[in-house]
Write a protein that binds this ligand. Sequence first.
Ligand code: SF4
Length: 319
Amino acid sequence: MKLLLHTCCAPCSVYCIDTLRKEGIEPVLYWYNPNIHPYIEYKARRDCLKEYAKSINVQAIFEEEYGLDEFCKNVCNNLKSRCVNYCYPVRLRKTFEYAKKNGYDTVSTTLLYSIYQNHEFIKSYMEKLSEEFGIAFLYRDFREGFWKGHEKAKELELYMQKYCGCIFSEEDRYQKKIDKDMNISRHSIIIIQNKKNEYLQYFDKEWQSYLFLNCKLPNGKDSNAIISRIEDLLRIRKDNIEVKYCDSRKHKKFSQSAKKEKEYIHYFYKVELLEELENNEFKINGVNYKWFSYKELLQDKRIQEVNSDIVQFVKEIYV
Ligand code: SF4
C-alpha cells in the first residue's frame, strides 16, 4: 500500500502514525492546510510537523499555501457552514489530486482523529472523493485514541494549538472571554406560541417575573441546542419540536446580577410544538408556566419593568 496521509498538525498525527505503523503501514504525510491563520500560527504548526516527521523518520510533503484571503472569500457568505462547505473539501480534494498525480493508491487524513471535527462528514466526503479519483480511502476511527495521542503529544512537547485553525475558530475558542472582557451577555430567546396566538412564559424566581424561555449559547444560532433545552424544560419529545431561527437584536441595559450596564445580544427563535400544552397554567419540574396574549404581556406591570425590551422585539419580529 502506498498511503498519502493528509496531516493537519503534529499532535493529531502522533496516534495516527503509531496506529498505522503497528499495522505495518508506512504513511507519507501531506501538509496542505490553507485554513490555518494567522501566519505565525501557520508557521508554528507547520514547523512543528517538520521537526516531528524528521524525528520519527517519516516522509512528509509540504504543499505551502498561506491562504487567508482565499479562505475568507470562500467562507464569508456562510460562516456557520464554513467547515463542510469549504475547509474540509478544499484540503481533502487537493490531497486526492496530489495522490493521483504521484502514484499513491490510498489516501487518509488525520482529521479522522480529532473529536472536535465533523467525523461523519469527513468520512462520507472521503468516500466520494475515493470513487471520483479511483483511489482507495483508508478509514480508521482514530478518535478511539484521542486522549492517548494527546498525552503523548504533550510528553513530546509538541506545539499544541489552542483552536481549530481559521481565525473564526479562534474567535469561537475565546468567545466567552471576549464577551466577559467586552461586557457582553448573549441570550437565546425561545418564542413558543399556541394556536390562540398566546406566548408561553415561565416564572423566574430571581427576577420575580414571567419571562420568555431562554438560554445562554456562546455563539447564538444553534437550533439543536434550543430543541434540547425545550425537551429538557417541557418534557416534550424532540420530534415534536420545530425550531426556526429568526433574528437577533443588540441593546444595552442594567444587569441585576452584575449591578452594571451591559450589552445584550438576543437571538430569537420561533418554536412550534406539535404536542399542544393545553392548560393555561401548568407546572413542570417545579417551574410555573403560563400562556399570555400579547396584550397581557403589555399589561403585566412586572413583565414591563424587567422585560419590556424583549416584548417589544417580539412585536417587531412576530406580531
Ligand atoms: S473551524 Fe476548523 S475545520 Fe472549520 S473552517 Fe475553521 S479551520 Fe476549518
